[in-house]
Write a new protein. Structure first.
Lengths: 130, 247
């Protein structure tokens, strides 16, 4: 990807702040000219990861925005056991898992950092040729 | 009872069959029979920043609650009993959205028009429109569009990070299949599968179409006859419910 613009947001996890996160994602989608469905997908992916966050601690979302798309990092997440699932093979058809949801709504995902109490997940959404 | 007999049976006979014999078909006939009542009541609340389609679907939940909660000892017509349930459900819907307090009227109206406009643009363009294209359609700014979309997001009844909630606000459609509740989180921490059966059939089917068959929200909306934004909300609500049940 060409040089990316960076946006970083550290926010508490909770209903009061979800709208802020969605608006940030909306602004990014607008600047990338993503379709409404792509914005909805990106929001869903981030929301599912935030559901794995620790409500007692803030989460940091960082975005690298380039003409080709957006790469997001979300963390730290609480449940580090998710790392195995996110790094493992594609789940079997018919099983609804976080990896299956992510693989449906973003172009790629992966584990950026993982330790005993720390997990950061990467998401990537590419601009679709229209 | 044959299909013809079911269709011509009185409401009371159908309620008896449903409540005393568990005849789900009788319930379906009752729902179909009283949907015109729901539509009529929903129309009273049109033009308040919410699409009629969405209001009707909320009202239908009130109808289902009325059918499920009807007590056979009551000597009252189902229509009479259902009307305050349907109206109550619609009012609760508007109250939960907090339109009057938090969202300017212009934004409410923009939100109400958003769904049909996105569907029309999707059909016209052959793809989902961008925020800028939606804004151009309304002759407004992309920020206004995002704010209007966000106003609609306030509809979500369960927070992403909320824990399990009480059952008093759950509609009958949401509670179908909860006999299997009480499952434990599986070894696979990422799996939502154990909670899938707790969802109503329609929501399960939507999740299958989206995450197994890979259909887009627009395609799903066309198949089941609701708006794409409603599909989006149902997917979110379903995933949140499943997640909260497993924590």
């Amino acid at each position: 990807m060409p040089v990316a613009d960076r946006i970083e947001l550290t926010t508490p996890i909770g209903p009061a702040w979800e709208a802020v996160i969605r608006m940030v994602l909306g602004g990014i989608a607008d600047r990338l000219d993503l379709g409404f469905d792509q914005l909805d997908d990106l929001q869903l992916a981030v929301e599912r990861l935030l559901a794995e966050g620790d409500p007692q601690n803030p989460v940091t979302l960082s975005f690298e925005v380039s003409p080709g798309g957006v790469r997001a990092r979300v963390g730290p997440l609480r449940d580090t056991a998710l790392a195995d699932a996110l790094q493992g093979p594609e789940p079997p058809p018919g099983e609804l898992t976080l990896p299956r949801i992510l693989s449906t709504v973003v172009d790629s995902y992966g584990v950026e950092e993982v330790s005993d109490d720390h997990l950061v997940v990467r998401l990537e959404k590419l601009v679709r040729n229209q | 009872m044959t299909a013809v007999e079911l269709m011509t049976a009185s409401d009371r006979d159908l309620l008896r069959r449903y409540h005393e014999e568990g005849d789900a078909t009788a319930r379906e006939v009752l729902v179909e029979r009283h949907l015109p009542l729901v539509r009529s009541l929903a129309r009273r609340y049109a033009g308040r920043g919410e699409s009629l389609d969405d209001i009707e679907q909320v009202g239908a939940i009130g109808l289902l609650k009325a059918i499920d909660r009807y007590e056979m000892s009551r000597e009252v017509a189902l229509t009479t009993y259902a009307t305050p349930n349907v109206v109550g459900e619609i009012k609760r819907h508007f109250r939960d959205k907090g339109w009057a307090i938090r969202v300017p009227r212009a934004l409410q109206e923009l939100n109400g028009k958003m769904g049909p406009t996105i569907e029309r643009l999707t059909s016209k363009l052959g793809r989902s429109p961008s925020i800028a294209e939606i804004a151009a359609e309304f002759k407004t700014t992309t920020e206004q569009v995002l704010e209007a979309l966000e106003a609609g997001s306030a509809y979500a009844p369960l927070s992403l990070s909320a824990g399990p909630t009480g059952d008093e606000e759950l509609d009958p459609m949401e509670t179908i299949g909860t006999d299997d509740a009480g499952f434990e989180r599986t070894d696979n921490r990422a799996s939502l599968e154990p909670a899938l059966e707790s969802l109503p059939e329609r929501e399960r089917e939507i999740l299958r179409m989206r995450f197994e068959d890979g259909l887009t929200q627009t395609q799903i909306a066309e198949r089941i006859g609701i708006s794409q934004m409603h599909v989006s909300r149902l997917i979110r609500r379903s995933l949140e419910r499943m997640r909260s049940q497993l924590t």
